[in-house]
Design a protein around this ligand. Structure first.
Ligand SMILES: [Mg+2]
Length: 345
């Protein structure tokens, strides 16, 4: 890590004007160190001690225009989001996320302020769980793109896979559902200025721009004996279906109004901001089919229900696969391989 003074930056300067080395010198001191960091950024590789002897690893890419829009999200939001979705993947294995390696591609006209804001967002996301940023790469390109690799410490526990759910287990969720989808809908409809004035709607905008996964719940659920787990990145129904198929079981989510009523109620007020919708139906649709809140979905043996982490709630039960095979039941009906969100639309 360089100990040189960060370079002076003229207001409004672009990354092309500052240059790569000066940009790295500017943002490196902003990024937290990782636990177990033996060699940080500045050499050809970082070196991490692995207390567990093995590491959980994953990588994820965010592309401007696909995963975020530069006029919807600040650099801080994009940094936070890039950190959050990767840290959540490590937590979903039951690992404590410890380190990120970050690649950033950007047009040469990107301002230095944006990159500084992005680095601050990465740092803020990492602080939630004590992770650090141990390296990365910068490049010029046509559009903004962020690629992040995460390292997680399993702390001596077995990784929690998608394939371990057993009939009789409880289905548990920690975190929020549907808020990111609601935030996206508000932004897409051009209603962000109005939404900012309504607390619940503003929370949805935040959830879309910079989700805050319950990172500590991953290791806690693993320690409690979770039999399967993943983060909800695509939607409750889609991701529950993934656990169901990997485990050859049925995840019965019961009546959505009964188990997820509080989430639906919260989002109903937000849905009412959108003209020409049926707020209750839209809120239920967001909860069941909205992704990217990055809460944790797990299955837990009944004997472990007394040791669940704060915020964990039981939202269903694992059943034997029927003649129709593995899948997800909502309101007693199969959500089907296509997720069947048309059942609720
Ligand atoms: Mg995931």
């Amino acid at each position: 890590m360089s100990t040189a003074e960060p370079p002076a930056v003229a207001p409004g300067a672009t990354v092309a004007e500052l240059g790569e080395e000066a940009l790295i010198a500017l943002i490196t001191p902003m990024l937290p160190h990782a636990p177990g960091e033996l060699v940080g950024s500045g050499d050809d590789c970082a070196v991490l001690a692995l207390p567990d002897g093995c590491a959980a690893l994953s990588t994820d890419v965010l592309v401007e225009g696909r995963h975020f829009r530069a006029h919807w999200s600040t650099g801080h939001d994009v940094g936070r989001r890039a950190a959050a979705q990767n840290l959540a993947d490590a937590a979903a294995m039951g690992a404590l996320p410890t380190a990120l390696v970050v690649g950033l591609v950007m047009p040469p006209t990107t301002t230095v302020d944006w990159v500084r804001d992005f680095a601050a967002g990465l740092a803020a996301g990492c602080r939630e769980c004590g992770a650090g940023v141990v390296g990365g790469d910068l490049s010029a390109g046509e559009s903004l793109m962020v690629a992040v690799t995460v390292v997680g410490d399993l702390q001596g526990r077995a990784p929690v896979l998608r394939s371990g759910a057993r009939p009789g287990d409880a289905v548990v969720h920690v975190g929020t559902l549907g808020r990111s989808a609601a935030g996206w809908a508000l932004l897409e409809a051009g209603l962000a200025p109005r939404a900012e004035t309504i607390a619940r709607a503003a929370a949805c905008l935040d959830a879309f721009r910079a989700p805050r996964p319950p990172l500590h719940a991953g290791p806690a659920l693993a320690a409690a004996g979770a039999s399967s787990m993943m983060d909800v990145s695509d939607s409750l129904l889609r991701d529950a279906g993934r656990i169901a198929r990997a485990s050859s079981v049925v995840l019965d989510l019961g009546e959505p109004e009964a188990v997820l009523g509080a989430d639906v109620e919260l989002l109903e007020e937000v849905a009412a901001v959108l003209p020409g919708t049926r707020p209750r139906e839209l809120a239920r649709w967001w909860v069941l089919t909205g992704g990217e809140d990055h809460g944790l979905l797990a299955t837990v043996p009944q004997a472990s229900l007394g040791s669940l982490p704060d915020g964990a709630r039981v939202i269903g039960r694992v059943r034997e696969a029927s003649a129709q095979g593995p899948g997800v039941l909502v309101g007693g009906r199969s959500a089907g391989a296509d997720l069947g969100w048309d059942h609720f639309g």
